[in-house]
Ligand binder design. Structure first.
Ligand SMILES: [Zn+2]
Length: 68
């Protein structure tokens, strides 16, 4: 049985999670992960293009697509 080191277990390093209030493409602050982000990509053509590519990539994973 593997011995667990309690000191490493106590404080697990946080994985690199993307801030929902941060654009994953340019890192800019967005007001909210949902609507705020949609507004952000509308105002930022570069992020919009990246978002489109990303959406295409995950489309298969989202039943019914993103709609709208
Ligand atoms: Zn952005």
């Amino acid at each position: 049985m593997a011995t667990k080191n309690p000191s490493t277990d106590a404080r697990e390093p946080t994985k690199h999670e993307s801030d929902p209030h941060e654009c994953p493409f340019c890192g800019e602050y967005v007001a909210s992960p949902g609507k705020g982000f949609m507004l952000h990509v509308e105002e930022n053509p570069e992020c919009d293009a990246d978002f489109d590519a990303w959406r295409d990539r995950v489309a298969d994973d989202v039943p019914g697509g993103w709609g709208g």
